[in-house]
Write a protein that binds this ligand. Structure first.
Ligand SMILES: Cc1cc2nc3c(=O)[nH]c(=O)nc-3n(C[C@H](O)[C@H](O)[C@H](O)COP(=O)(O)OP(=O)(O)OC[C@H]3O[C@@H](n4cnc5c(N)ncnc54)[C@H](O)[C@@H]3O)c2cc1C
Length: 370
């Protein structure tokens, strides 16, 4: 069955448009025999690029809040840590619901990462004209660096969030999950992938994940002999992955098709922002919001990635002590650094070498148990 599907893809490839050749079809439900999965071939020779990005992290979570800026209305939507792709549509929905009621006239969105673009789309869907103002456009945003897993990670400290924030988080997760599902497929570069997370060696109360089962589809725990990984226990579930660069490109296309415009402009102060002609302004400047609006809570959490040449047969993701491996059509994403307070978005050869060594050893330990 699988072979037949592969042959079909191969024979239709010659007819495919260039834009379609970078993305493999969605793999909904395609969970292989978990006892014998193909290993990722990790080695320095297979690296096609290395990147580093700064997650916009706030211990007390993202900010979605409205305030007055002179006679303008300003709605913040920033600080998504390691979960900006995951939460994008959701927090943007909350922000737009705070900003639009009672508004008439054009709207400004500051920032053109995933959060600015999804905010702009929702504003357009509600019938308003939008201008996006950003210091940098994709592919030069943090959002382009993201691994693209739909799962909230490195987002907040449990003892620093309020019940009101948790309510916002839940509402954002709910909307985002549903919105991503209707975008699965080649057009936006989103697909479902079986995902394995390393668990503690022995069953314990900590086995219960924070996330409701409704977001970890078909969740199951596999013990020794039930999977090929060189760890004792793993949790497997289905979740979505976005090929970040492709998704951002398509969202920019959608914004333009709906009449939106992009202006390259960096703002140095709230007074400059208040000088915009639009009376409703969404602040989606990610890490930039700290300096621009004086948020001292926000800090960078640097993540470094080695991207390996694509390996079509690897159609599962893994995360654990070895870091994480996400399979994408544009490469195998190997990551796992969370470096608080590091402002330099330049990959460090020593850190990249460490990621590769760990993952090489991990995959060398694969054992088919079937
Ligand atoms: C290595 C790595 C892996 C990640 N993996 C995942 C993952 O698997 N899943 C997931 O959900 N998330 C992941 N993330 C997190 C995700 O990338 C971020 O949460 C997300 O990109 C934040 O989006 P954003 O739009 O707020 O910010 P950005 O993408 O940084 O966009 C900010 C925009 O604001 C503009 N801007 C900033 N300051 C100003 C200013 N003063 N004036 C004008 N414009 C300004 C910028 O130019 C840019 O256009 C990862 C991040 C990293 C670094």
């Amino acid at each position: 069955m699988l072979l037949a599907r592969r042959q079909l893809i191969a024979s239709s490839a010659a007819l495919a448009l260039p834009a379609c050749t970078t993305f493999r079809p969605a793999t909904i439900g395609a969970v292989r025999n978990p006892k014998c999965l193909p290993a990722a071939h990790v080695s320095p020779e297979r690296v096609i690029r290395t990147v580093a990005g700064l997650r916009p992290y706030r211990p007390s979570g993202f900010v979605v809040r409205a305030e007055a800026l002179g006679d303008r209305k300003l709605v913040h939507n920033y600080g998504h840590g390691g979960a900006g792709i995951t939460l994008s549509w959701g927090t943007s929905r909350l922000a737009v619901d705070l900003g639009l009621p009672g508004h008439a006239g054009p709207v400004a969105v500051l920032g053109s990462g995933i959060v600015g673009l999804t905010t702009a789309r929702l504003v357009q869907e509600a019938g308003f004209d939008v201008t996006l103002y950003a210091a940098a456009l994709p592919p030069h945003t943090t959002s382009n660096i993201a691994g693209g897993q739909w799962h909230p990670a490195s987002l907040y400290e449990a003892d620093q969030v309020t019940p009101e924030w948790i309510a916002q988080f839940k509402a954002a997760m709910d909307y985002s999950f549903r919105r991503f599902q209707i975008m699965v497929g080649e057009e936006y570069g989103i697909r479902w992938v079986p995902t394995y997370l390393q668990m503690r060696d022995e069953p314990s109360g900590a086995d219960a994940p924070d996330l409701p089962e409704s977001y970890e589809i078909d969740r199951t725990i596999l013990g020794p002999g039930e999977h090929p990984f060189p760890v004792r226990r793993v949790r497997r579930f289905m979740t979505m992955y976005a090929e970040s660069g492709h998704l951002l490109r398509q969202l920019m296309r959608d914004v333009r098709l709906a009449g939106g415009t992009f202006v390259i402009r960096e703002f140095a102060s709230p007074a400059e922002v208040a000088g915009l002609p639009e009376r409703l302004i969404f602040n989606c400047t990610g890490l930039g919001a700290g300096k621009l609006f004086g948020d001292t809570q926000i800090e960078p959490v640097r993540g470094q990635l080695a991207v390996l040449v694509p390996q079509a047969e690897v159609d599962y993701a893994f995360a654990g002590h070895m870091g994480y491996m996400f399979p994408r059509a544009d490469g195998i994403i190997c990551g796992g650094t969370f470096e608080h307070g590091q402002w330099d978005a330049t990959p460090e050869p020593a850190a990249i070498a460490r990621i590769l060594r760990k993952q090489q050893a991990f995959f060398a330990g694969f054992r088919c148990t079937a």
